[in-house]
Ligand binder design. Structure first.
Ligand SMILES: [Zn+2]
Length: 163
């Protein structure tokens, strides 16, 4: 029997929606995204991995639905509107937590990292004005509260106002 680790939905985000993929990752949702992938491969992977497809491409959505794959058809243009379409169709919780955030670049988990150990790798100003840092477990990219979390907070605030 397969053990289900958690009930959080996972996603496969279509090439046209890179910013949405990044935000979902920062919010902790496992979201596959490639800037260039063909429909068949995307559908195939989503099916195998039980991912919800998020796309602006009506043809792709139709194909997915025929195969019984859950999908979200994004019709709006503004990012906030698009996000609202997604949240309302899967009842997504949006909570910002740096410790569960995924790397927006590669979708891997991140871990908090001791500030002093990365002193040489970040700009002095960033070092001085932030205390909490994370490192991607896969691509080693560094993140900190200032830019990454605060921009997201603002976005999530706007989304919540509209819910
Ligand atoms: Zn990464």
């Amino acid at each position: 029997m397969l053990l289900k680790i958690n009930d959080e939905p996972t996603f496969f985000v279509d090439a046209m929606l890179g910013n949405i993929a990044k935000k979902l990752r920062l919010l902790g949702y496992d979201s596959k995204y490639y800037s260039n992938i063909d429909d068949e491969k995307l559908i195939d992977d989503a099916k195998k991995e039980n991912r919800i497809i998020i796309s602006k491409d009506e043809e792709l959505i139709k194909k997915a639905q025929k195969l019984g794959i859950r999908s979200i058809y994004v019709t709006k243009i503004e990012e906030i509107d698009q996000f609202l379409e997604i949240i309302t169709s899967v009842n997504l919780k949006i909570q910002i937590n740096g410790n569960t955030a995924r790397c927006p670049k590669c979708n891997s988990l991140t871990e908090s990292i001791d500030k002093d150990s990365i002193k040489e790798k970040i700009p002095q100003g960033v070092f001085n004005s932030n205390d909490i840092f994370w490192k991607c477990k896969c691509c080693d990219h560094l993140y900190w509260e200032g830019t990454h979390i605060k921009n997201l907070q603002e976005f999530v605030g706007k989304v919540n106002e509209r819910l």
